[in-house]
Design a protein around this ligand. Structure first.
Ligand SMILES: [Zn+2]
Length: 141
């Protein structure tokens, strides 16, 4: 195993500060491996370099291609109730959320009412559309 003396450590520090790659430092230190240099530098607590081997020859970054990727934001779907079912819902299918507007009648003698079936607004028995239709604001005399 290579024994580091003070002179060599000083040299390593100097070359490291100059920005030489660990492989180059290794060569100048008498044929030490890149790993030996990196290991020693680490133990000495020398400032870490992002990419020591590339520091002397700045390469063109491949990251900048000039093409900007468009980030397509997800479409925000408005929180709207689904449209009422076509033909309305029968009395039997009527659920609490359904608009109570009668839109027609079942066929047959005992034809039961068919209801709008749209989603009720919070404070009425009708969907927004039928609410507007059925509740005419009182006129001020
Ligand atoms: Zn309705």
């Amino acid at each position: 195993m290579f024994e580091w003396n003070q002179q060599q450590v000083a040299k390593l520090k100097r070359l490291w500060d100059e920005g030489l790659s660990s492989a180059e430092i290794g060569k100048k230190m008498g044929g030490l491996s890149r790993n030996a240099i990196l290991g020693k530098a680490h133990r000495l607590g020398l400032a870490g370099r992002k990419n020591p081997d590339a520091s002397r020859k700045p390469r063109k970054s491949r990251m900048k291609t000039g093409i900007e990727r468009k980030v397509i934001a997800p479409k925000i779907v408005p929180d709207r109730p689904p449209p009422p079912p076509e033909g309305g819902v029968s009395f039997h299918d009527l659920a609490g959320k359904h608009c109570r507007e009668i839109v027609g009648w079942d066929a047959g003698a005992a034809g039961l009412a068919r209801y709008c079936g749209g989603t009720k607004t919070d404070d009425s028995s009708y969907c927004a559309e039928h609410y507007k239709k059925n509740y005419v604001p009182a006129r001020i005399r």
